[in-house]
Design a protein around this ligand. Structure first.
Ligand code: SF4
Length: 335
């Protein structure tokens, strides 16, 4: 019987699941992803995780717990850096310990460190260590699995770049990015916020029903994101902050994008810097409709929907009535 490796559907799942799945399957493992987030998963995450963690970390704990009975191992990599000369949020580095000591009844964790700060080549070394954890040490087999995983990762990234959401691709649903409508908005946020349809309260379904097309940072050319971040006075070394800020600057300048929706986790240190910067630029320099939705486990449907509807009304109003003459400041219509 193949060894069953569980992958929690949270944190960087929406970026790296196809990569990890292909690598593990090539080594003969059966990959078991946890199901889509539900209230039950969120509640168990909140129960087991420390109180002051952000929402995505709590959700991740709930997903790990969900995998406790039907897996032999759970993959919780220790992600330190996923790009050369950049770091990611330290919470990723602490996840294996947090999960191991907070969530009961789990099978052993595979907590291989991935640290590409020095060189992208260190990815291969990390994967060879991951293979060893599954008792596979044959370099040819590992190398082959690595190459196939990398090819799958590039193909997945290009499909997201073309406008498919990671969820559609991972769940095998037909591409739904051809929404007919009058507006296109930028949706900015960490992948584990904007692509988790429970956490984002079915945001994309709502936009689709309203005929609003959307662009996310993963749908923007990474070279453009780099270029836009190079305009900053200091080098941005947080990978996720870079994608948020570079993506937002591009979207604010793009005349095909009518408004910006920024989704953030309450209490997130990286977002507190990135969001403040984006908001200040949006307010000072642009007059596009702009909304910030801050999420935690207490965020309720009613307030969220009201704010989204107000944002939609603003977009509609802009299209039909707005003459862009402001009676106060740059525009009365941006907030
Ligand atoms: S970047 Fe923010 S939201 Fe993401 S894990 Fe870190 S603290 Fe949480």
């Amino acid at each position: 019987m193949p060894v069953r490796v569980g992958i929690p559907r949270g944190m960087y799942f929406y970026k790296y699941y196809p990569f990890a799945k292909t690598f593990l399957e090539e080594l003969g493992a059966e990959v078991v992803p946890s199901p889509e987030t539900t209230k039950e998963i969120l509640d168990s995450g909140v129960k087991f995780c420390i109180d002051d963690a952000c929402l995505p970390v709590k959700v991740y704990h709930g997903h790990a717990y969900k995998l406790r009975d039907n897996t032999d191992f759970i993959l919780v990599p220790r992600l330190t850096s996923v790009s050369q000369k950049e770091y990611i949020c330290p919470k990723f580095g602490g996840l294996p310990e947090m999960v191991k000591y907070s969530v009961p009844d789990l099978p052993p964790l595979i907590d291989t460190e991935v640290n590409l700060h020095r060189s992208q080549k260190d990815l291969k070394k990390a994967l060879f260590k991951l293979g060893s954890a599954l008792k596979i040490k044959n370099p040819l087999r590992l190398n082959n699995a690595y190459n196939k995983a990398l090819a799958e990762h590039h193909s997945f990234k290009s499909k997201v770049f073309e406008g498919n959401t990671p969820n559609q691709l991972i769940n095998g649903a037909a591409a739904k990015n051809k929404i007919e409508g009058n507006h296109t908005i930028g949706v900015i946020g960490h992948p584990y916020l904007i692509y988790d349809s429970f956490v984002n309260m079915k945001l994309f379904k709502k936009l689709e029903d309203w005929g609003i097309r959307f662009v996310t940072p993963e749908m923007v050319d990474p070279h453009i994101i780099n270029e836009r971040c190079n305009e900053l006075s200091k080098r941005m070394f947080w990978s996720s902050g870079k994608s948020l800020i570079g993506g937002a600057l591009y979207m604010m300048d793009n005349s095909n994008i009518d408004g910006l929706l920024l989704m953030t986790a309450f209490g997130c240190g990286i977002d507190s810097l990135a969001v403040e910067y984006i908001e200040s630029i949006a307010r000072k320099t642009y007059s596009k409709p702009f909304i910030i939705l801050s999420l935690d486990e207490h965020t309720g449907d009613a307030g969220y929907n009201t704010r989204l509807e107000a944002f939609k009304s603003l977009l509609d109003w802009r299209l039909t009535d707005d003459n862009n003459i402001s009676s106060y400041g740059r525009s009365v219509h941006s907030y």
